[in-house]
Ligand binder design. Structure first.
Ligand code: HPA
Length: 252
């Protein structure tokens, strides 16, 4: 049976509730993924986990080999769907630190990242549909599970994917807001588009780590980000324990 993959972001380099069965080193036609695939079981159900920034959190957002990661999870990990966990800054006033957001749209501001599998050896040029960048049924399952747990999630929002690794200026955040963006992170793209190219069902759990630049008090500190991520990732663990044991919901 096809498996669920979980991509952990900043603050989630391991899953406490994952009983690890084995770690698999994978080489892909696109180079090395961020680390070995971690195969394991959550509440009796097999999943495959990968830490996007490496298990020691050493790979910055613009250096992640997104193509190798997605390819490895599908072709070697046997995944047909992905829950991607991403730390973000909140732009909209209700996107407060510690909150979980399940975005439904993306604006891509990244540059010079390898962002497609469809560039060499093509029989014909391929344009994937990306009208709805996330798999809506999987996104809805996550929202419902978070609601059932009383986590007060935000259902929907436009994710601005920025290049990083620096955080944004206030003027940049003002521009993103004018563009209709609600939350900002550095890792949402090209990951979501690559997943679509490989026909994986993909949804994002965004954990608000801070108010975006100019939206909170003063400067943003790593201490603040880390503090909110500890609490946010605990909610993600509870969410996974709620979702993973009910494959009938997310395998629809
Ligand atoms: N901006 C971009 N990425 C982020 C932020 C932010 O404010 N917080 C966590 N990841």
């Amino acid at each position: 049976m096809a498996k669920l993959a979980i991509i952990g972001g900043t603050g989630l380099t391991s899953l406490k509730n994952l009983e690890i069965t084995n770690r698999e080193l994978v080489h892909t036609p696109y180079g090395e993924p961020s680390g070995p695939l971690t195969h394991g079981v959550i509440c009796g159900h097999e999943v495959v986990f990968l830490a996007r920034h490496g298990y020691g959190h050493t790979i910055p957002p613009h250096k992640v080999n997104y193509r190798a990661n997605i390819w490895a999870l599908k072709e070697e990990g046997g995944a047909d769907r992905v829950i991607a966990v991403n730390a973000v800054g909140g732009i909209r006033a209700d996107m407060q630190p510690g909150r979980l957001v399940f975005p439904d749209q993306i604006v891509d501001y990244t540059w010079s990242r390898v962002n497609t599998y469809f560039e060499e050896g093509l029989n014909h040029v391929t344009h994937i549909d990306f009208t709805y960048p996330y798999h809506e049924p999987l996104r809805k399952v996550l929202v419902s599970a978070a609601q059932a747990l009383g986590l007060d999630p935000l259902d929907g929002g436009t994710y601005a994917a920025t290049q990083g690794p620096r955080l944004e200026t206030t003027a940049e955040i003002n521009r993103l807001e004018r563009d209709g963006c609600d939350l900002v992170g550095m890792t949402g793209m090209p990951e979501a588009a690559l997943a679509r190219e490989l026909e994986l069902k993909y949804a994002c759990v965004a954990v608000v780590a801070n108010m975006a630049a100019g939206r909170g008090e003063g400067e943003i500190t790593m201490k603040e980000i880390e503090h909110h991520l500890v609490n946010g990732m605990e909610q993600v663990r509870r969410l996974l324990e709620q979702v993973v044991p009910s494959p009938e919901t997310y395998q629809a």
